[in-house]
Design a protein around this ligand. Structure first.
Ligand code: GN1
Ligand code: MG
Length: 372
C-alpha cells in the first residue's frame, strides 16, 4: 500500500525535517518505517498499527506510555541513560500518542535508538545470555510499576481462549483447507489437556501475573556495540500476564537452530547450549523475584508458547490467512510445521531442559521431580 508517509511524518513532533522514509524490520503485524532526518537530528520509527488486531490503539499507547515512563524513571535512578535504555514515544504536534489519518489508520512514532545492533537469530551463547539478562531486567524494573495495564489483547497467551478460537476455526473451515491438514490438526488435539493443565496454574493464581512484554523474540531487543542488551522494543503487547510467557517465547526464538518459518524442518532443532545461556542470563536478573511455582514452570513454558504458536499459525492457515502477513499461500502452514518440529525437540529433550534449569537455580531435585 502507498501511504503519504511524509505528510504523516509531519504530524509528529520530530526534530529536523523528514528525508528518506523506508520500511524496516520483519514484523508480522504492523508496517514499520525508519524516518531519516538531517544531520544532527535523531532518526525516528514511524509505525502503522494493525487496527484489526489492535482494536484499541489509544489504550495500547497508554499502556506503552505507562511502561516507558516507569522504565525511564527506574533507569535514571540507577544512573543509566533513559533515552537509550527504554523506548521513547514521540507525540503528535497536538500532543497525542497517535495520529489517526482520514482512512482511519493509526500511526505512532518513537525515537530510533542508533548505534545498536539487532538480530533475528541467536547464534552465540553470549548473545543469548545478554538477551535473557535484558528481558529479566525489563521485568524486574517493571515489578513495582504503579497502576495497571488495560487488557488490550484479551486472552493473548491464554490457552483456554486460544482453544476456543481454534474450535471455531476448525468448525468453520473458512478457507476449505481443513481436509488437507488432518495430521497437523491431530498435533493440536493430542496436546490439549496438558496445555490447559498448565494454563490452569495461572487461572488458579498459583502462578502470579506481572507486567510482561509478551513478544520476546530476539528481534525485539536492541544490543549495543559491545553486545550487551540495551533496549527492549516493540511494546505493543505489554500486558499483565505470566512472566513465564516471556521466558518461553524467548526460548522459542533464541534456541531454534532454524527459522521460525523454515521450509526445511530438518534445519529446526533445539540448541541446548543457547537454551542454557539464555536461562542463565534471565535468572541473573529474575531469580530474585521468581516464585517457586514460576521456577518450576520455566522449562514447560517453552513448550507452552511454542505449542501456542503452532496453534496460532495453523489456525490462521485454516482461517485463510487473516491475521499474520504471508509471503505465499501456504506460509502459515510452513510456519506451523517448523514450529511443530521445534516443539517435538523440546518434548524429546524436556528432561535435559528441566535438569539445566534446576542446576542453574541450584535446586535441581525440586525441579526434576516436578512433572506437569
Ligand atoms: C507477531 O508482528 P510481530 O512479529 O511483532 C505476534 C506475536 C508472534 C510473532 C511471531 C500481536 O509479532 O505474538 O509471536 O508475530 N504479535 C501479535 O513471529 O500477535
Ligand atoms: Mg510484536
Amino acid at each position: 500500500m502507498n501511504f503519504p508517509l511524509h505528510e504523516i511524518a509531519r504530524k509528529f513532533s520530530f526534530d529536523g525535517v523528514a528525508g528518506d522514509i523506508a520500511p524496516v524490520g520483519d514484523g508480522l503485524i504492523n508496517d514499520t518505517f525508519l524516518v531519516k532526518t538531517g544531520e544532527g537530528t535523531p532518526y525516528y520509527i514511524l509505525q502503522r498499527k494493525n487496527r484489526h488486531i489492535f482494536t484499541n490503539v489509544p489504550a495500547m499507547m497508554e499502556n506503552i506510555h505507562k511502561v516507558t515512563t516507569h522504565l525511564k524513571k527506574k533507569i535514571e535512578e540507577a544512573g543509566g541513560d533513559p533515552a537509550r535504555e527504554a523506548l521513547t514515544l514521540v507525540p503528535t504536534r497536538e500532543g497525542r500518542l497517535f495520529y489517526r489519518d482520514d482512512e482511519g489508520e493509526f500511526w505512532t512514532a518513537c525515537l530510533f535508538v542508533g548505534e545498536t545492533v539487532s538480530y533475528d537469530a541467536a547464534r552465540s551463547p553470549g548473545l543469548a545470555f545478554q538477551g535473557g539478562r535484558g528481558i529479566g531486567r525489563f521485568q524486574a524494573l517493571l515489578s513495582d510499576m504503579p497502576g495497571s495495564l488495560a487488557e488490550t489483547l484479551p486472552g493473548f497467551h491464554d490457552m483456554r481462549f486460544r482453544f476456543k478460537q481454534w474450535d471455531e476455526a476448525v468448525a468453520g473451515d473458512a478457507a476449505g483447507r481443513k481436509a488437507g491438514v488432518p495430521t497437523e490438526i491431530a498435533w493440536i488435539e493430542e496436546r490439549r489437556e496438558e496445555m490447559l493443565a498448565f494454563r490452569e496454574k495461572v487461572e488458579r493464581g498459583d502462578i502470579p501475573t506481572r507486567v510482561t512484554h509478551n513478544d520476546t523474540k530476539i528481534s525485539n531487543i536492541l544490543f549495543d556495540r559491545a553486545g550487551e542488551a540495551l533496549c527492549v522494543i516493540d511494546l505493543d503487547t505489554v500486558l499483565s500476564g505470566s512472566c513465564l510467557n516471556d521466558y518461553g517465547d524467548a526460548i522459542r526464538s533464541y534456541a531454534n537452530t532454524g527459522l521460525e518459518d523454515d521450509e526445511d524442518p530438518d534445519r529446526v532443532s533445539l540448541d541446548l547450549c543457547i537454551f542454557e545461556a539464555y536461562t542463565r542470563g534471565y535468572l541473573s536478573e529474575a531469580a530474585g523475584f521468581l516464585t517457586r511455582a514460576e521456577r518450576e514452570g520455566l522449562a514447560f513454558a517453552a513448550r507452552y508458547i511454542t505449542f501456542e504458536q503452532v496453534l496460532r499459525f495453523l489456525m490462521d492457515y485454516l482461517d485463510g490467512d487473516t491475521y499474520y502477513k504471508v509471503k505465499y499461500p501456504a506460509h502459515n502452514l510452513t510456519r506451523a510445521r517448523a514450529q511443530f518440529r521445534l516443539l517435538r525437540c523440546m518434548e524429546e529433550r524436556y528432561g535435559e531442559m528441566q535438569a539445566t534449569v534446576g542446576r542453574l537455580l541450584g535446586d535441581g531435585e525440586t525441579i526434576l521431580n516436578h512433572h506437569v
